[in-house]
Write a protein that binds this ligand. Structure first.
Ligand code: G4P
Length: 526
């Protein structure tokens, strides 16, 4: 075996957080291109999104698209000597709690922002989840080949809306058709954009004064002098480069570029693999610290992808390896039950094929074929000493549905199914206060559809679902709560543990409530 510490140190496990259409797929594809995993741009897209509507529809017919949706969940590529693991965080209609949970399995996040739009809602929400973990966030301001918002405004908005300090690593020299290149203070060079796709970027080192030595036409351009002035001003007046703050998620390095034309992308990834952390020590439930280089294997389940085909009951449990080395066929213990299991059928994820995995180490993700033994949040470990990771957080649901069994005779399987699916983390369950009606909560529409499908196929229970739409769920201290606080605009329900929760119609209703009951504190999950 290779030196474990050395192998762990070259792991970079991250997710891309962005609003749909900001360019996540395009930039992922560029990374695959640079790493040699694919040869042609367009491959990722042709496979999924564009040709046959990525995600939901595919996922529902998992048998045919297994290769697509599962491989695109995790991709492992070699980049510049680093083993890079990219975890997908689906947007659009397949957004779900799994998207958030995936962020619990990464060591860093890349935030792709459309420079024409600035910080959009989904980016903000995903950022909040990542930020809670205190992991580093690397920002890529995309679509520089188009006219967008002023770079200074983009950076100011980022700091203001997300509440994080920013450090521009490079600065655009123009935008859209005027885009000349990047004034790159981090690398102390100017990166000139090639004129055609065959014409690569040109790099010219800066001199001590921060100018380009020699005679070049572009030096006369106002776009160049402006970028140089802006960047220098920012560095005098703005935040200092501070690797520790970057790694704590308090300072985000900001890069500019265009994923579509590939401009600035390599510069971005080069800095990313340099600055992003390798897998590090984690605190366990009992307070012990676990080193990724510990000899014995351990990991946790952060996502379970159920097979939607009723003929195949197997599921894939995604495991983030936290320590040691996985070897095919090894025996591990499942912390929750204390039982031993053999990890025989596993899979690792490559850019364009799924391969049976033989070995994998801390930082990597493996998929285990599972027949229902594993649950989200489960810890598995090798050796005698039990390892229990901290529980995964629960997320505040945003969408709600009333649910009832269609056939009263099937009440029993309905209840059993709901109970198990809720326990599995597929969906959240609430009940109205007095009438005990069932209300399902989710962060994405797909969760409801999967729930309905699985209830029917796995539990033979057909259900009626009535959408209640978006609501703001806020927990309240039972002591402070009085039943008359509830109204048509803030429905009172209880969660699975019996804790009271208000479902507010909108933020207007929430604010109205806060004004009326200033002493009542409202809480939310992550
Ligand atoms: P997503 O995964 O974040 O949802 O975004 P994706 O990469 O699919 O990109 C969304 C659209 O934005 C795509 O256009 C893509 O080509 C475009 N795009 C991505 N990066 C850049 C960039 O750097 N510059 C420009 N100009 N466009 C970029 P599309 O699928 O063809 O949609 P449409 O724009 O034709 O509607």
């Amino acid at each position: 075996m290779k030196d474990l510490a050395q192998e762990v140190n070259r792991r970079r496990t991250f997710a891309i957080i962005s609003h749909p259409d900001a360019g996540k797929t395009t930039i992922t594809e560029q990374l695959l291109l640079f790493s040699g995993a694919i040869r042609e741009a367009g491959t990722v897209k042709a496979k999924g999104k564009k040709s046959n509507k990525f995600a939901k529809s595919d996922w529902m017919e998992i048998e045919q698209q297994r290769g697509i949706s599962v491989t695109s969940s995790v991709m492992q590529v070699d980049y510049d000597g680093y083993q890079v693991n990219i975890l997908d965080t689906p947007g659009h209609e397949d957004f779900s709690e799994d998207t958030y949970r995936t962020l619990m399995a990464v060591d860093a996040a890349v935030m792709v922002v459309d420079s024409g739009k600035g910080i959009e809602p989904q980016t903000k929400r995903l950022f909040e989840v990542v930020s809670h973990r205190g992991i580093p966030v690397f920002t890529f301001m995309n679509k520089l080949d188009r006219d967008g918002l002023e770079p200074l405004d983009l950076v100011a908005e980022l700091e203001e809306v997300l509440g994080i300090d920013a450090y521009p690593m490079n600065w655009p020299m123009g935008m859209g058709r005027e885009l000349l290149g990047l004034y790159d203070l981090y690398n102390q060079r100017v990166e000139l954009r090639g004129k055609t796709s065959e014409d690569p970027e040109t790099y010219i080192d800066l001199d001590e004064s921060g100018d380009v030595p020699g005679d070049y036409d572009f030096k006369q351009s106002s776009v160049y002098t402006q970028a140089m002035e802006d960047a220098q001003l920012l560095h005098e007046a703005g935040n200092d480069f501070d690797l520790e703050r970057i790694q704590q998620g308090k300072l985000t390095p900001v890069f500019f570029g265009s994923a579509l034309t590939g401009f600035g992308v390599q510069t971005f990834f080069d800095a990313f693999v340099d600055l992003a952390p390798a897998p590090s020590t984690v605190e366990l439930e009992d307070g012990r610290m676990l080193e990724p280089t510990a000899e014995e294997f351990s990991g946790f389940v952060f996502k379970i992808q159920a097979n939607m085909n009723p003929a195949h009951r197997d599921r894939i449990a995604f495991i983030r390896i936290s320590s040691g080395e996985f070897e095919k066929g090894m025996n591990v213990s499942l912390e929750r039950t204390g039982k031993t299991m053999r990890l025989a059928h596993t899979t690792q994820f490559m850019a364009d094929a799924r391969e049976e995995v033989e070995t994998a180490i801390a930082g990597d993700i493996i998929g285990l074929y599972d027949t229902g033994n594993l649950q989200i949040g489960d810890s598995i470990y090798e050796g005698r000493e039990a390892i229990k990771f901290k529980p995964l957080p629960q997320f505040t649901p945003e969408l709600f549905m009333k649910v009832t069994p269609k056939n009263v005779m099937k009440q029993k399987s309905f209840h059993k199914g709901i109970e198990q699916l809720v326990q599995e983390g597929a969906i959240q369950l609430y009940k109205t206060y007095h009438t005990e009606e069932y209300i399902l909560g989710a962060v994405g529409q797909l969760q409801f559809e999967v729930f309905q499908h699985r209830l029917l196929h796995e539990y033979k229970a057909e259900v009626e679902m009535i959408p209640m739409g978006n609501k703001i769920a806020r927990w309240v201290d039972p002591e402070a709560m009085e039943p008359n606080m509830s109204s048509s605009r803030n429905l009172l329900v209880k969660d699975i543990e019996g804790q009271p929760v208000f479902l507010f119609e909108n933020s207007f209703a929430e604010n109205w409530f806060k004004d009326k009951h200033p002493d009542v504190e409202l809480y939310q999950l992550l």
